[in-house]
Design a protein around this ligand. Structure first.
Ligand code: IPM
Ligand code: MG
Length: 368
């Protein structure tokens, strides 16, 4: 047995391969220069996998993911993906991977770096000191609840159905995750729901409160209705430390919160599963931005979401927290030289492409 950690990389579609190439260069640099016991390899996923192996997630890929210490994922979606047969998309895709590996806790850190205040749509005084993490439940709720589908009633009327469903254990495990994370930060959790309208929301609130009372008396818990939360995120985001949400609310609120960082292109994420028999946890790291087919292949996408996702992998799964700190510091140093991809460009900034932004981070790593 060695302690070598394995990273499996799925570049995916759209701008996925472009941003992942930069994260890969940086991973290779860190492994070589810091002597990290990490091996990385790519596996087939998406339209390319379908062309070659007849499946979006080939069996070989799924097997590789099951054994990986960390999965680094680029992006999925776009016109080529949409053109794949519907049954192939149902049989395996990103959501299937999340579900198969039971990746229930999705972390989306929201930081307003002073260097990027100018890129944000919000005022600098609102951004001052913002540093919180969204913990989004990722394995349940509206995304997976049954019944679901589109059906025709006996009278000919059609209807669409999805089900918002959470069991107590699903709520409790993600709540525990949020409380434990809060213990490493500001010891405050704000839990989001729609308890004034939804029974499942009132239930969410009850269960989160019960976990806090029984196990986390040292962490302060507040509750917020989701509509109010959307408003507070743009009014006074510095109030949050750990924001706990269900699957759908977290999807929506994290896109809104992304503008605090300056651009959706900046946002990394980690999706973490339960501890396996050997204590390791399945984990997938991906930029939040998606495949952006409109700019794919042009070398202009922001690779920092992917690069910061790699930093999260180093910290959470690869036993290399110092490398993670150093990489995040290098990203800040690169931004301090005023290089900017198009999405975070400001007056006086130097406009660069995907590869140049990766090189700027590498240059910062090389000059500590
Ligand atoms: C996200 C994305 C995904 C989601 C899509 C691509 C299915 O929007 O990770 O936030 O809705 O979870
Ligand atoms: Mg989303």
């Amino acid at each position: 047995m060695t302690n070598t950690k394995t990273v499996v990389i799925l570049a995916g579609e759209g701008i996925g391969p472009e941003v992942i190439a930069e994260a890969r260069r940086i991973l290779d640099w860190l492994v070589a220069h810091l002597d990290l016991p990490i091996t990385a390899r790519e596996a087939l996923y998406g339209t390319e996998a379908f062309r070659r192996a007849g499946k979006i997630v080939p069996d070989e890929t799924m097997a590789a993911l099951e054994g990986a210490d960390a999965i680094l994922f680029g992006a999925t979606g776009g016109p080529d993906y949409d053109a794949l047969p519907a049954e192939a998309r149902r049989a395996g895709n990103l959501l299937r991977i999340r579900r198969h590996l039971d990746l229930y806790a999705n972390l989306r850190p929201i930081q307003a770096l002073p260097a990027l205040h100018a890129a944000s749509s919000l005022k600098s005084r609102v951004l001052e000191g913002v540093d919180f993490v969204i913990v989004r439940e990722l394995s349940g709720g509206l995304y997976f609840g049954e019944p679901r589908g589109i059906e025709t009633l006996p009278d000919g009327e059609r209807r669409g159905v999805n089900t918002h469903l959470y069991t107590a254990s699903q709520i409790r495990r993600v709540a525990r995750f949020a409380f434990e994370l809060a213990r490493t930060r500001g010891r405050r959790v704000c839990s989001v729901d729609k308890a004034n309208v939804m029974e499942a929301g009132a239930f969410w609130r009850e269960e989160v409160s019960a976990v806090q009372r029984a196990e986390f008396a040292d962490v302060a818990l507040t509750h917020m209705l989701v509509d109010n939360c959307a408003m507070q995120l743009v009014r006074a985001p510095a109030q949050f430390d750990v924001l706990l949400t269900d699957n759908m609310f977290g999807d929506i609120l994290s896109d809104a919160a992304a503008m605090i960082t300056g651009s959706l292109g900046m946002l990394p994420s980690a999706s973490i599963g339960p501890a396996r028999a050997d204590g390791r946890r399945a984990a997938l790291y991906e930029p939040v931005h998606g495949s952006a087919p409109d700019i794919a292949g042009r070398g202009i996408a922001n690779p920092l979401g992917a690069i910061l996702s790699l930093a999260m992998a180093l910290r959470w799964s690869l036993d290399a927290p110092q490398a993670a700190d150093r990489l995040e510091e290098a990203v800040r140093a690169a931004l301090a030289t005023d290089v900017r991809t198009r999405d975070i460009m400001h007056e006086g900034g130097r406009l660069v492409g995907t590869g140049e932004m990766g090189s700027a981070v590498l240059a910062a790593l090389e000059t500590p």
